[in-house]
Design a protein around this ligand. Structure first.
Ligand SMILES: [Zn+2]
Length: 113
C-alpha cells in the first residue's frame, strides 16, 4: 500500500518541522493532493490514523485539499477537466497528451505548538 509510505514521509517532514520550531505537538497537517496522483484518500486517512500513534502528530488533524485534473485537449483545442480515467478528456473522450494539473502531492502547511 503506497499510501502508507506517503503518510510516513509526511509525518517525517512534519516532525522535522516541529523539532526545528522547538514544538512538541503537531496540531494539523494540510496536504494538497491531485485527483490524478493515484492516491486513495480513504486509504490515506486510514494510514494516517495508524501511523500517527506515538508521534507528535497523534492528535493532529489531517486536512486534504483535492486538486482536480486538468489538461489541454488537442481535439477540443482548450483546457478541459481530465477524468479519473487517466488522460481522457471529459468532453470528447479523446486521449489528452498534456496534463498540467492533478498530479500534485504537496505539504501545504504544518501547524505546531
Ligand atoms: Zn476533448
Amino acid at each position: 500500500m503506497h499510501e502508507m509510505s506517503i503518510v510516513s514521509g509526511v509525518l517525517r517532514i512534519a516532525e522535522d518541522q516541529a523539532r526545528a520550531a522547538d514544538a512538541t505537538i503537531i496540531n494539523s497537517i494540510e496536504l494538497e493532493i491531485g485527483e490524478l496522483a493515484g492516491i486513495e484518500l480513504d486509504s490515506l486517512n486510514f494510514c494516517f490514523e495508524v501511523a500517527r500513534r506515538k508521534t507528535m502528530a497523534q492528535d493532529a488533524e489531517l486536512v486534504i485539499h483535492s486538486i482536480p485534473g486538468k489538461g489541454f485537449c488537442p481535439h477540443c483545442e482548450k483546457d478541459v477537466a481530465v477524468g479519473f480515467q487517466m488522460g481522457v478528456c471529459s468532453e470528447c473522450d479523446q486521449a489528452i497528451l498534456e496534463i498540467f494539473q492533478g498530479r500534485e502531492l504537496r505539504v501545504l502547511s504544518i501547524n505546531v505548538d
